[in-house]
Design a protein around this ligand. Structure first.
Ligand code: HEC
Length: 128
């Protein structure tokens, strides 16, 4: 269920999220613009996700889903994946997630839909 009222979060959260994205080392793997091209990207068994591509997300591309991914990380059967960042406070995870959603712009999702955390059926082909 989509929570009502989530379109009201104030914008400063996003610039805060950008700073937290750097400070917590996300950019080391994902790159400053989230393209999956940070300096540590070569060292990972699986390529860090290009966060600008909405369709590449496995666990959901809404701010809510991303905040959850940050907390739990991604663990694959072969031991690869992404570390969990459960130590980051929930409001900061959320701020990072909101920043990441702004990186998805090029997928062409209208801002109103982004706010609602929804993907138009057209773009929703990321099953599995
Ligand atoms: C050590 C390198 C590394 C760091 C540091 C890292 N990531 Fe990742 N991230 C990855 C890899 C690798 C994947 C793809 C994992 C997979 O699909 O198995 C990924 C995937 C993701 C995804 C996509 C999730 C999905 O649903 O597919 C998001 C969002 C994400 N990372 C956000 C972050 C954020 C935010 C931070 C900082 C708090 C961060 N990452 C730090 C390596 C990293």
């Amino acid at each position: 269920m989509m929570a009502a009222g989530c379109g009201e979060s104030p914008r400063p959260v996003v610039s805060n999220g950008a700073a937290l994205f750097r400070e917590n080392g996300c950019a080391t793997c994902h790159g400053a613009r989230g393209r999956g091209d940070g300096p540590s990207a070569r060292g990972t068994a699986i390529h860090p996700r290009n966060l600008s591509d909405r369709n590449s997300y496995r666990n959901g591309a809404s701010a809510e889903a991303i905040a959850r991914t940050i907390a739990g990380g991604i663990r694959n059967a072969d031991g690869s994946g992404m570390p969990a960042f459960a130590h980051i406070p929930a409001d900061e995870r959320r701020a990072i997630a909101e920043f990441i959603v702004t990186l998805q712009r090029r997928a062409g999702v209208p801002p109103a839909l982004r706010e609602a955390g929804e993907t138009p059926a057209l773009l929703r082909k990321d099953k599995s």
